[in-house]
Design a protein around this ligand. Structure first.
Ligand code: BGC
Length: 787
């Protein structure tokens, strides 16, 4: 017999109170991020909240899209925008206050934090340090120094209330015309990976995150939003993915940004082979993947592929995900997985920890870091006299750029810095006098030109360069009499959406060549020296004019401390120790990718062709990486093609001798050491960059003649001083990617260790053998159909 419980009136009231309490407690007891397991927080979220959190909240500008309305039109308006919090940041995530989930902030970029420097109704300023561009940082060959740059960037990120900085970027310098090469490190994946790892370690030491980008094969700008990159599995693994593999495994970035392009068919951001396969399964990445801004087409496909966060977030994406959940096309468990990754990211951030930003990072201290890094990464290409500058030298400064230093490139890789030290200021501060009437004439000319300069046609785009000032003959004659030597500065700028051009960009313009020639003729006739400073973000042609000046300093784009850093190197206060991390070819067609750069449209003539290489990318296009693994020095050395300045090259004010290369054993074992002594044999102090290349037997597959497997920079060595440098080789250093077995294989035979001062200047060799072939782990994925 069943008995229904009969409660006394008193008990009933108590029961009601308990029930009410339970309701109250249910609210109180909602899982809270950080206090409850993340999976409980996900379980407590509504579908709407889940969809919200995998889609960002815009970028604080009407229409949302950099580069004009085209892309926001395509995907609908962005969801909300960043007006509060950190103006100028690239985006935020959505908050869910009832579950203790705050909104976090992400901002660019590779040369320092990019936020708006001034705010309405606020008298304070929010300037950030413009550090040297990544290409210069790579040229330091000094990861410890680059880590300091990362730490300073990370500190600004944290103190200005940003949780994740969108960098470093490490696409490959496949071709000198890549418009964003300045944002990338090198043509070589080892240099790229080690430098990126240094930045990530530095930034993340401050308790904020990084987003290594653009994953993967986004190596130029033309048609970047639609282009299908066709590349072999081997080229991908050995060249284009390798740097990412190093940084992911060595530095554990909090996030990775997928790229805009397609790769062997699908968009990278929609391809599970790339994101869940290569990145997560093969390399063990356990962080979050976000899209590049407006990247890809299919939000549902992106979710499935493991692209956890869609930035900056559009209404169209919101609808697509909501509809797909309703129809079953998107399994809610897939969404939950991605939501959980967003929440795990949020939990790591200063915002989540309630960190009180100061809005006052130590910009003075960071300027010192920027100046030192800039000086250490400049490359002395030529010095037949003239450098270092004599104390109290009087210099005639020619070239527009001498008076308008280019601190860094444009677009999202730009930084809003408080100031740029001009070359005049830098030289003056170093005790070098600058010819005043010449400076005055240039300033007047430039001011006039700038008045008439057309505005850029769209956000992030450069206005046309100012015409190079023609210097009257009598002015050259006067300065030749009055000054002790001449400096001609050549400048180049580039950035997002547009690749560089061959004429008047990679090549010097006729006016620039004429300027170098006329100044050189006049000063040489008076037995005075002429220097050229290259203030550029990428490789330029040098062979046709380099005989004219006595010395050439490749200053790259050195950041806000430009003038000081250039003066530091010219005067020898900081001995030049930068080395090229990218080859300078004799001519553009010598670069193997030039035969196939930037690619071809697949839908008839390109309507943007007339406006030059700019193409926002709304027509199908494709590029075939036929150069395969023959990128940079791997091609030039293997084929014996002459270069202007090889990979690894750079002069000092002194000379170094290499001796006593010894291997730890005659046969290979993991960690096999190679050590040698490097001695400063000249008369000035200096630092040497010692490079270890390996030549494989090359019997089982075609191999490059040599590949960089290690590098080390000595401390500053006084004349006569030496340092012992030791490298350790890992099995992967011997291996190349075998497509048939989808694994890394080290072939048996004799390997030659080549230690030298550049890819074309091997100073010491030694050999070891590997008795039998070794397979070093199979990878699980093939990326797209392949070639
Ligand atoms: C760039 C990214 C950048 C993002 C946010 C995109 O246009 O490709 O590198 O991080 O914008 O500004």
């Amino acid at each position: 017999m069943s008995r229904s419980p009969r409660l006394s009136p008193l008990l009933s009231v108590a029961a009601l109170l308990v029930a009410a309490g339970a309701i109250l407690r249910a609210d109180d007891a909602l899982p809270q991020l950080g206090k409850s397991p993340t999976k409980d927080v996900v379980a407590a979220m509504t579908r709407e909240e889940k969809v919200g959190i995998v889609i960002g909240t815009g970028m604080g500008m009407p229409g949302g899209a950099p580069g004009g309305a085209a892309r926001s039109d395509r995907q609908g308006p962005v969801v909300g925008h960043v007006t509060k919090g950190v103006p100028g940041a690239a985006g935020t995530t959505v908050a869910v206050p009832r579950l203790g989930i705050p909104s976090i902030v992400v901002a660019d970029g590779p040369a320092g934090l990019r936020i708006q420097p001034k705010r309405d109704g606020d008298t304070r300023t929010f300037y950030c340090t413009a550090f040297p561009i990544e290409t210069l940082l790579a040229s330091t060959w000094d990861p410890a120094l680059v880590e300091k740059v990362g730490a300073a960037m990370g500190n600004e990120t944290k103190e200005y209330g940003v949780d994740v900085i969108l960098g470093p970027a490490l696409n490959i310098h496949r071709n000198p015309l890549g418009g964003r090469n300045f944002e990338y490190f090198s043509e070589d994946p080892l240099v790229s990976g080690r430098m990126a790892a240094a930045i990530v370690k530095g930034v993340q030491s401050q308790g904020v995150g990084t987003s290594v980008k653009h994953f993967v094969a986004n190596d130029h700008e033309w048609n970047r939003n639609v282009i299908d990159v066709k590349a072999s599995q081997r080229a991908l693994r050995e060249i284009y993915l390798r740097g990412f593999e190093i940084v992911v495994q060595d530095a554990k970035p909090w996030t990775v940004m997928s790229s805009y392009n397609k790769l062997n068919g699908p968009y990278t951001s929609e391809n599970p082979q790339v994101l869940d396969g290569v990145l997560r399964a093969d390399w063990g990445f356990d962080g979050l993947v976000m899209t590049d801004w407006f990247g890809g087409r299919d939000a549902v496909g992106q979710m499935k592929a493991g692209n956890d966060l869609l930035m900056p977030g559009t209404a169209a994406q919101q609808k697509a995900l909501t509809d797909a959940l309703a129809s079953g096309a998107l399994d809610e468990r897939v969404l939950d997985r991605n939501v959980a990754r967003v929440l795990e990211l949020v939990k790591r951030t200063p915002t989540f920890a309630g960190y009180r930003k100061s809005d006052a990072p130590d910009l003075k201290a960071h300027a010192i870091v920027a100046r030192d890094a800039a000086a250490q990464g400049m490359v002395l290409l030529k010095n037949d006299g003239g450098l270092p500058l004599a104390a109290k030298a009087k210099v005639a400064l020619f070239g527009n750029t001498s008076y308008r230093m280019i601190t860094g490139g444009t677009g999202s890789g730009d930084v809003n810095e408080a100031y740029t030290v001009s070359l005049v200021e830098g030289l003056n501060a170093a005790g070098v006098e600058v010819d005043a009437p010449l400076a005055k004439a240039y300033e007047a000319f430039l001011a006039e030109q700038e008045k008439n300069r057309p505005a850029p046609t769209r956000r992030f785009m450069l206005p046309p360069p100012l015409p190079e000032r023609e210097v009257p003959a009598d002015e050259v004659a006067r300065t030749t009499r009055d000054a002790d030597l001449a400096i001609v500065t050549i400048g180049r700028n580039s950035g997002e959406f547009q690749d560089r051009r061959l004429e008047n960009d990679f090549e010097l313009s006729a006016a620039e060549k004429a300027l170098v020639a006329s100044v050189a003729d006049a000063f040489h006739a008076a037995q005075k020296k002429v220097l050229v400073v290259l203030n550029v973000g990428g490789v330029v042609e040098t062979v046709s004019w380099r005989d004219r000046p006595d010395a050439i300093l490749l200053a790259w784009q050195p950041g806000q401390e430009s003038g000081h850093a250039i003066a530091d190197v010219l005067t020898g206060r900081v001995p030049p120790s930068g080395r090229l991390a990218t080859t300078f070819p004799v001519a553009w067609p010598d670069v193997p990718s030039s035969a196939n750069f930037p690619g071809k449209t697949l839908e008839g003539p390109d309507p943007n062709a007339a406006s030059g290489p700019f193409n926002r990318g709304d027509r199908a296009a494709e590029v075939s990486y036929d150069d395969d693994i023959r990128v940079g020095y791997r091609h030039f050395v293997t084929k014996g093609v002459k270069t202007a300045y090889p990979f690894g090259y750079g002069l000092s004010f002194t000379t170094f001798a290499y001796s006593g290369l010894k291997l730890g054993a005659p046969t290979f074992r993991p960690g096999l050491t190679a050590s040698l002594v490097v001695k400063n044999t000249g008369k000035a102090a200096g630092r040497e960059v010692v490079q270890l290349y390996l030549s494989a037997p090359g019997k089982s597959a075609p191999k490059p003649a040599l590949e960089l497997r290690g590098f080390a920079k000595t401390r500053t060595l006084a004349p006569g001083e030496s340092e012992t440098v030791t490298f350790a080789l890992s099995p992967r250093d011997l291996a190349s990617f075998d497509e048939a077995s989808s694994s890394w294989v080290a072939e048996p035979g004799t390997y030659t260790v080549k230690v030298g001062a550049s890819s074309e200047d091997v100073r010491q060799t030694a050999t070891f053998t590997l008795a039998k072939a070794e397979t070093l782990g199979k990878v699980t994925t093939a990326i797209g159909a392949g070639k």
